[in-house]
Write a protein that binds this ligand. Structure first.
Ligand SMILES: *Cc1c(COP(=O)(O)O)cnc(C)c1O
Length: 388
């Protein structure tokens, strides 16, 4: 590591961003980019949605911070709103500052409430980078330098209900799953898998944790992916659901939403910045926009449009996977080169998910016209004549 900007943690892109509006990001040199990555799904309502900006301004003028033990309207409202929007009867909301913290809390709560230790997670899973959540994350590259991590974590093949049945036993505190794996390459749970996980955990007295940090908030066409018919029949309600990323339109916020039996015996846990009023105000406004504008329905519609467009094209693709506006396009050459060409030649920003998958996570306000722009750019970048 050799100082600021050396690539420590994040590799720097050759584009300095000055502002954002809706589905666009504008660089310091004035160039506009169509944002199909939404900086990892963090801006579901679009960049700088006016309602969110206004809510932040108003709350900042009133109160930037007060410790969590004093009720503050923005925080109380957010807990109520998340409880009302959560699937089934999940209604106990713990607020924190990131996705990894939301999952860390979920794992701690599950251990405390069950009095057991074993965690079952999936291969290819990504749940965060604290020592606890990293233990349930699959990629050895992220973990090896920091080992030993938590003991008593077993990994199973994602989507294989039999393997899950063999792993879940009387010592299991929790099974943690992404309803659609994001970071691991965009893999949708096969039909019946989440339901099987529900049955197995219930029988074993273990907590079922759904990590909806990437899949939640309307992205897959339902407010939560576990409610998605295509993924889970009539929907599967976990014992703990975690959300973060777009929850406060990119301000740092995570939430761990728990069933009563988990919350009643969750153990001691806390965080100074839990439920910061400004961040909660941003989240309240974001959730209002998501619900009032039914952005989940737009995600389903534009997602279908994009998937159909990709299927109808004769682009050299190995696979197109995903749900709604969480899509993975498996390309035949390195995803990073495709992403570079999309950005520098066509001013379209997207994300990787592993070496060969181009991941699309646009703001949920994108329209079919934007999908057409992306398809055109992809056609140009991936056309056989564009190969070196
Ligand atoms: C991004 C992500 C996390 C980690 O969230 P951070 O806010 O980066 O800590 C955890 N799980 C999933 C599924 C994610 O996509």
């Amino acid at each position: 590591m050799s100082g600021a900007g050396s690539g420590f943690v994040f590799s720097e892109k050759p584009i300095s961003i000055a502002s954002g509006e809706g589905v666009s990001l504008t660089a310091e040199d004035g160039t506009d980019y169509l944002d199909f990555g939404a900086s990892y799904a963090c801006t579901p309502a679009g960049h700088c949605h006016p309602d969110v900006v206004e809510a932040v301004r108003e709350q900042a003028a009133d109160l930037l911070y007060v410790q969590g033990s004093y009720p503050v309207e923005a925080r109380t409202d957010l807990r109520a709103k998340l409880g009302a929007l959560a699937p089934g009867d999940l209604g106990n909301v713990w607020l924190c500052n990131s996705g990894t913290e939301a999952n860390e809390a979920a794992l701690k709560f599950a251990r405390s409430a069950t009095g057991k230790t074993k965690i079952v997670a999936a291969k290819r899973a990504f749940h965060g980078r604290t020592a606890g959540t990293l233990s349930a994350t699959w990629k050895p590259k992220y973990k090896t330098p920091f080992e030993p991590l938590l003991e008593d974590v077993e990994f199973v093949a994602y989507g294989d209900a039999d393997e899950l049945a063999a792993a879940v036993d009387a010592d299991t505190a929790a099974v943690i799953l992404e309803p659609v794996q994001g970071e691991g390459g965009v893999h949708v749970a096969p039909e019946g898998y989440l339901e099987a996980a529900r049955d197995l955990t219930e029988e074993a007295g273990a907590a079922l944790i759904f990590d909806e940090i990437q899949t939640g908030l309307g992205r897959t066409g339902s407010l939560w992916a576990c409610e998605n018919e295509a993924v889970a029949g009539d929907g599967v309600v976990p014992d703990v659901l975690t959300t973060a990323k777009g929850l406060a339109s990119g301000l740092p916020l995570g939430a761990t939403i728990c069933a009563d039996w988990i919350a009643e015996d969750a153990g001691p846990h806390g965080s100074t910045f839990s439920g910061n009023p400004v961040v909660c105000a941003a989240a309240n406004a974001t959730l209002d926009v998501l619900v009032e504008e039914d952005l989940a329905a737009n995600a389903a519609a534009v997602g279908d449009y994009l998937t159909a467009g990709l299927a109808a094209s004769d682009l050299p693709l190995r696979d197109v996977r995903g749900e709604g506006l969480l899509l993975g396009i498996e390309v035949k050459r390195g995803a990073n080169r495709v992403l570079r060409d999309l950005a520098l030649d066509h001013r379209v920003l997207a994300l990787p998910a592993g070496r060969t998958v181009v991941r699309l996570l646009p703001p949920l306000i994108v329209e079919e016209g934007h999908a057409d722009e992306l398809l055109e750019a992809l056609t140009d970048v991936l056309a056989p004549t564009a190969e070196p």
